[in-house]
Each structure stands twice: as structure tokens, then as C-alpha cells.
Design a protein around this ligand. Structure first.
Ligand SMILES: Cc1cc2nc3c(=O)[nH]c(=O)nc-3n(C[C@H](O)[C@H](O)[C@H](O)COP(=O)(O)OP(=O)(O)OC[C@H]3O[C@@H](n4cnc5c(N)ncnc54)[C@H](O)[C@@H]3O)c2cc1C
Length: 477
């Protein structure tokens, strides 16, 4: 039975950020994750926006953590070598009533100390966002909005936490918890773990984990968001993230710039019961297209190359981040819907303060490895940089995925950094994420994964469990 000071359940962006934060201290920390790899929950299917804190109610904890997270992510991205781009956002108004709403949003943002907010007029928009609808009258410009790859951030937070001594157990689903007062005994996938403190960072399943220790005063409602990815040739169709005015339920349907270059449109916001239904729909597609064409009329359905849906783990308006006094040592980090990606790093700092307040001794380690070596992605390099890299490491010239220009070296690096599945390689490198959806590169990637992990090709899965790609039966026939 493994004994830890702190166990974290859930290896999404929030769980890995908490693990990295706690790895600064002399503590024995582990993460338990039910999936085969990190970031296979909500953290893989979102818009990748680092929100500035503009469409946020200043009274809410999540708004404050959003603004703090926007500030901190710049440092963390630098330390981990993750690309963060400050592209800025425009919240666009089409009527005089909407323009007065912009002024209210600006006031709220200023209460939260969102920096450099500015109302920009039609001539500014014509000059700086030429593809925006000519009917747009004005916009609230928040220059500190940014973009990041949500899964690369999660992997790099996790990797850095491990470098600093954190253990990560994948394929380890927490099924029961005994509150041993003090401490916890956690039963997960035929193993058991003991810890003094237990942090629930389980995204969509946070209510179920909380119920295991008798805390049942919140329910997670999955709120589906359908998103549609456009071809990279439309990368420069906008210069900023483009938002309509927010609705009560969400920030609206947006035109999104992404860290990978492909623009994205969406997401919808529909509450549902099923925590596993991530199907996209005709209705969602129609809603997204008509909403974004109002913002940028040149967007055409034929630009769409892929689509997905993600589920926001909603537990009411605010995040629930608290120590449960009736279960000493148990911290809920629940209801982390948007802007959870933005806030992840500040949530981690907040959780660390909660633990300190309830008596956990946070003694700094002599050495905390705060940086990690930047992962090389050919798609991020210019020609001269790529030639220099290839002259040193010829495997960068062996292109496996032609759509996204992913080399054999990048695939091997992803595997050596922990990718065990095809999706694990895809999220780390972008292999198979282009127009041909892996039609060209999947067989080669399978072969590399099989050889480098010494796994029979029939045992390789798309995303763990029984998602086998090659059915053994075919070989026997
Ligand atoms: C469509 C959409 C768009 C969004 N856009 C943005 C955005 O642009 N900007 C932003 O800031 N936020 C955005 N968000 C919100 C953001 O994605 C989430 O807030 C964030 O990813 C939540 O991370 P998490 O770590 O809490 O959850 P998850 O990533 O879901 O992590 C929880 C982990 O717990 C694991 N788990 C669950 N049950 C168990 C168990 N019993 N045992 C072990 N492990 C378990 C899961 O497998 C999962 O890996 C968006 C969300 C959606 C759905």
C-alpha cells in the first residue's frame, strides 16, 4: 500500500497544476488518474483561451482566479517552454444598446483590475480587424487575452511535477474512499493508497468523488460545447479572438485563434445529463455557423476540417474550491468550468494556501526544477531554424504526418515523454490532426509506437481501454 502526504484525484490541467505547485515543497505527492494518459478529460476539449477576465462577475471567486491566472500563465509558460500568445480579444457590439453593455463590461473588468481595457470604434475595427462584419459599431478590446495549447500545458505541468518527485498513476480509477480520521484510504483499480490530505480535481466526476466522503451538497451538470476547427489556410482571417456579447449561460459563440494555427468556431452551451455524450449535432453546427457569420461573414462551412464537443463541469455559477471541515484534509476543487484552463495555475496556488491554512507544513525543497526543456515542434520553426535542427538531428527530416509536418523525431520524443496511445501522440505533437485525419500517417505512427514501447501492434489503442485500432481477428482470418 502506497503512503503519501497528499493525493490528488484527476490529471487534467487543474490536477497537474496543483501537483506541480505542491512539488515545490518537501511532500510526498501523487496523482491518481482513471484514463490511460493525462489530459483525456475536459482539458483536452476546450477553446484554449487564456481569458483576460472581461465577461466575469467581479463578486465570484472564479473571476478573481481568472485574472490572477492570466497573469501567472505567462511565467509558467516561459518556465515550461509552452507557447503562449497574447493575441487580445474584441467583444463586439452591433447596436447602440450593445455598445452601452460594453461600457458595463468594461467597468466590471476594471473592478477586477483587468489591464488596458479600451472601447474601440468602427474606424479602429476597420483598420485592425478588416474581416469583421461592417455592421459592427464598436468593441471592448482586452489586449491581455491569449491562447495556449490546453493539452500541451497539461502534459508539461505533469512532466515537470514528475521531475520534482510527484508520482502519477494512470489507469487508476478511484472507486471508494475511507475517511480514517485522520487521513484517507483510497481504493482505486485493485490498488489502495493512504494519504493525509486528499484533493478532488475530478472535473465532470467531482460530485461522485465528493460523495465518497459524504459531501453531497453539489451536483455536476455537464454543459456541452460543440466546436468546429477550420483549415489552417484561414489562420489569419482574424487578428484577435472575436466574441459577441456574453449570454447568461456562456461567453457566446466565438471566432477563436488557436495555438496550433487552425482557427476554431464555437462553442455552443447546452446542459445535459449524460457525462459521456460528446456527440456533435446538426443543430449545434447551424447555431455556430450562423452566429460566427454575423461576426465574420466570410467564414464558410467548407473551411471546417474537424469538429468535437467538450463538456463543461458546471456546479452553479462559481467554482467550488474549499476545505471540507467535516472531513479534515479533504479539499474539493469542483465546478471548474470555463475559465478553468485560464485559472488552473492560480487555482493551484489557492489550494496550496488552503492546505497551509489547515496546518500542512509547506517547507520548500532545496531544489525545485522550475524549468523544463522546450519541446521542439517543426510547425513552430521558420525554414532556417528547421534546417539547423535537421542538420543536428536528421530524424526531424523524416516526416510522418504530412498535413501537420510532424517528424519521426517528434513522435519518438512524445513516446519517450509518456505517450502510450495514438491520441497521446496526437495531443502532444498534432500528428493526425490535419485535413486527412491520419489517413496517411496512422499506420506509420502505430508501427513506431509498437516498436518503441515493445507492444504488439494489436494491443495499441486510440485512447486506452478497449479502443484497439487493429483487430487481431483480421490477422487470423
Ligand atoms: C467546450 C469548452 C470550451 C472551454 N474553453 C475554455 C477556454 O477557452 N478557456 C478556459 O479557461 N477554460 C475553458 N474551458 C474550461 C476548461 O476546459 C476546464 O475548466 C478545465 O479543463 C477543467 O480541468 P480539470 O482538470 O478540472 O478537469 P479534467 O480535465 O476533466 O480533469 C479531471 C480528470 O479527473 C479524472 N477522473 C475522473 N474521475 C476519476 C476517478 N474516479 N478516478 C481517477 N480519475 C478520475 C478524469 O479522467 C480527468 O482526467 C472550456 C470547457 C469546454 C468544455
Amino acid at each position: 500500500m502506497e503512503k503519501y502526504d497528499v493525493l490528488i484525484v484527476g490529471a487534467g490541467v487543474v490536477g497537474t497544476a496543483i501537483a506541480r505547485e505542491l512539488s515545490r515543497y518537501r511532500l510526498k505527492v501523487a496523482i491518481l488518474e482513471k484514463e490511460s494518459e493525462l489530459s483525456f478529460g475536459v482539458s483536452k476539449s476546450n477553446s484554449g483561451i487564456i481569458h483576460p477576465g472581461t465577461q466575469c462577475n467581479p463578486q465570484l471567486l472564479k473571476s478573481q482566479l481568472c485574472v490572477a491566472g492570466n497573469r501567472s500563465i505567462r511565467r509558467v509558460a516561459r518556465e515550461l517552454g509552452v507557447d503562449f500568445k497574447e493575441v487580445g480579444e474584441l467583444i463586439v457590439a452591433f447596436t447602440p444598446e450593445e455598445v452601452s453593455k460594453l461600457l458595463e463590461l468594461k467597468k466590471d473588468g476594471e473592478k477586477l483590475k483587468v489591464p488596458r481595457l479600451q472601447i474601440v470604434s468602427q474606424p479602429w475595427l476597420r483598420k485592425n480587424e478588416p474581416n469583421l462584419s461592417p455592421h459592427a459599431l464598436a468593441a471592448l478590446f482586452a489586449p491581455t487575452a491569449g491562447i495556449i495549447s490546453p493539452y500541451r500545458l497539461t502534459y508539461d505541468l505533469g512532466e515537470n511535477a514528475v521531475r520534482n518527485g510527484v508520482a502519477i498513476y494512470t489507469e487508476t480509477k478511484v472507486e471508494a474512499i475511507d475517511f480514517t480520521n485522520p487521513g484517507f484510504k483510497v481504493y482505486a483499480s485493485k490498488r489502495s493508497f493512504v494519504s493525509d490530505y486528499l484533493i478532488n480535481a475530478c472535473g465532470l466526476y467531482a460530485d461522485e468523488i465528493s460523495a465518497m466522503v459524504g459531501i453531497t451538497d453539489f451536483v455536476i451538470t455537464p454543459r456541452k460545447g460543440e466546436e468546429f476547427l477550420l483549415d489552417k489556410k484561414r489562420e489569419n482571417m482574424t487578428n484577435h479572438l472575436i466574441f459577441p456579447l456574453p449570454s447568461k449561460k456562456s461567453k457566446g459563440v466565438l471566432v477563436i485563434k488557436t495555438a496550433d494555427g487552425n482557427p476554431m468556431i464555437g462553442p455552443t452551451a447546452v446542459d445535459q445529463k449524460d457525462k459521456s455524450d460528446i456527440l456533435t449535432s446538426d443543430q449545434g453546427f447551424k447555431e455556430v455557423i450562423s452566429s460566427v457569420q454575423r461576426l465574420v461573414p466570410s467564414i464558410n462551412p467548407s473551411d471546417i476540417i474537424a469538429y468535437f464537443a467538450g463538456l463543461r463541469p458546471s456546479a452553479g455559477e462559481d467554482f467550488i474550491i474549499r476545505h471540507e471541515n467535516s472531513v479534515f484534509g479533504f479539499v474539493n476543487v469542483a465546478g471548474i468550468q470555463s475559465p478553468g484552463l485560464t485559472a488552473a495555475v492560480s487555482i493551484a496556488e489557492y489550494v496550496s494556501r488552503i492546505l497551509k491554512d489547515i496546518g500542512l507544513d509547506l517547507k520548500r525543497k532545496l531544489f525545485f526544477h522550475k524549468t523544463r526543456k522546450r519541446t521542439i515542434h517543426l510547425f513552430n520553426l521558420n525554414k532556417a531554424q528547421a534546417e539547423r535542427i535537421i542538420s543536428k538531428e536528421p530524424e526531424f527530416a523524416d516526416i510522418v504526418c504530412r498535413c501537420e509536418m510532424i517528424s519521426k523525431k517528434e513522435v519518438s520524443d512524445a513516446i519517450s515523454r509518456g505517450a502510450k496511445t495514438l491520441d497521446g501522440i496526437k495531443f502532444r505533437t498534432r500528428l493526425g490532426a490535419g485535413r486527412c485525419h491520419g489517413g496517411f500517417c496512422t499506420s506509420r505512427a502505430l508501427k513506431i509506437l509498437s516498436e518503441e514501447t515493445d507492444t504488439p501492434i494489436t494491443k495499441i489503442t486510440k485512447r486506452g481501454g478497449d479502443s484497439y485500432i487493429i483487430k487481431k481477428k483480421r490477422f487470423d482470418d
